[in-house]
Design a binder for this molecule. Structure first.
Ligand code: ADP
Length: 381
């Protein structure tokens, strides 16, 4: 059971059959609208349910923001083909609540297809996507209410003024009255579109189009945000603006955003899923990815002794596959060996036996860029 750090107990209720079933299951992952008015004004999780002798239920509930470690988005074994092109092949990953996941891969890797499936715009051939435990294909409309989606080409109506367009989207999402004006105010401010509210969409720069795209994704206050290449085509200032906004939004929302540019992803989050040729090739924090891309050992070695003798002696160590001099620092070499061969002890012994001072013996890990290139090598479309 994921821990909840703010329980409340609903007064005895006679819930409808569905809630009864969930309560009996002590269901955690099921998200449902409140059974009764206070204290459950917002969606809650049933953490446990007990039936009293009169058949009424007492429900311990937990508001989502107090649940810890719950998978918000779970993608399990998803495959999708377009004709003979297998765009996704058994893709699985999950994102915890209020975390940002960077979805990285070269063009054609399958990022957009995965996002379209998560947001229910496409159905998978195989596999499931769950938002807080609920299969999105079981009730796509309910899923869409919880998701804000910025597709790669934002779905904007060129002839509309920005203000009217956002109002239209908000109404289509069921907002009315005070809620409508409050949310519109909020998105105008947060996405910085106030200065263009009376412009037509087709008069906007690429940066503003993208912000309006974000505004439409946020207007119904979704708790999941799926952003497909949100910074593509923007200038550096605009990119920084969008990055900051994503970071801010992630305080209260679960975000997946995609990019084919590593720097974009690593500027916002260090949780990265790398996809290539429709398959997940890496999933983890930046540091783990660097480790998983290691295909050989590399060491920087610096002796006090100068000259080629050291290089030859290094080459003579069993298991050394190459020795290359560092062109910038004297008496320094980059020495490689297969992963199974640890060179630290033999290099130490070499130094001792020749009476050289070993000034540096540092294992080198691939940079994040090298890891990305290694993990996506040869399979880009
Ligand atoms: P990414 O978003 O990583 O660039 P996509 O999901 O758009 O990748 O594409 C994955 C693969 O599926 C590519 O080979 C692409 O050409 C193909 N593809 C995407 N959409 C379609 C489509 N509607 N019809 C046919 N092939 C498609």
């Amino acid at each position: 059971m994921p821990p909840c750090n703010n329980f409340s107990t609903l007064p005895p209720v006679s819930p409808r059959r569905r809630e009864l079933r969930l309560a009996r299951a002590g269901s955690l992952r099921y998200h449902f609208r409140p059974l009764v008015a206070p204290p459950a004004r917002s969606p809650v999780f049933v953490v446990s349910g007990t039936q009293d002798r009169f058949g009424e239920f007492r429900l311990d509930v937990c508001p989502p923001e107090f649940l810890e470690g719950v998978g918000m988005i779970e993608v399990q074994g998803v495959s999708k083909s377009y004709g003979i092109t297998k765009a996704l092949d058994q893709v699985s990953f999950s994102v915890d609540r209020n975390r940002v996941l960077g979805f990285l891969g070269p063009n054609g890797a399958g990022k957009s297809t995965a996002m379209k499936i998560i947001t229910t715009y496409l159905s998978p051939d195989e596999g499931t996507v769950k938002i807080e435990g609920q299969d999105v294909t079981a009730d796509p409309l309910a899923a869409r209410r919880r998701i804000g989606y910025l597709p790669e080409a934002a779905p904007l109506y060129d002839d509309m003024r920005v203000r009217d367009y956002l109002e239209f989207v908000a109404q289509a999402r069921g907002l009315t009255g005070d809620d409508l004006s409050r949310r519109l105010d909020w998105v105008h401010d947060r996405t910085h579109v106030r200065s263009v509210l009376y412009k037509k969409v087709n008069e906007l720069s690429k940066g503003y189009r993208q912000r309006v795209g974000l505004a439409q994704a946020l207007v119904h206050n979704p708790d999941v945000l799926i952003l497909d290449e949100p910074t593509s085509g923007l200038d550096p200032r605009q990119i920084i603006g969008i990055r900051n906004l994503i970071r801010e939004l992630a305080e209260t929302k679960t975000v997946i955003f995609s990019s084919h540019i590593l720097a974009e992803i690593s500027a916002v989050t260090d949780r990265i899923v790398i996809i290539n040729g429709g398959k997940i090739v890496a999933d983890g924090h930046a540091e783990d990815l660097r480790g998983s891309a290691m295909r050989e050992n590399r060491y920087r070695v610096q002796f006090s002794q100068d000259g080629a003798a050291a290089a030859d002696a290094l080459r003579a160590i069993a298991g050394v596959s190459s020795v290359v001099a560092d062109p910038e620092i004297a008496n320094t070499w980059l020495v490689r060996s297969p992963l199974a061969t640890d060179l630290r002890r033999p290099v130490n012994e070499l130094a001792r036996s020749h009476g050289w001072d070993l000034l540096e013996l540092a294992p080198q890990r691939p940079t994040l860029e090298e890891a990305f290139i290694e993990l996506t090598a040869g399979r880009a479309h």
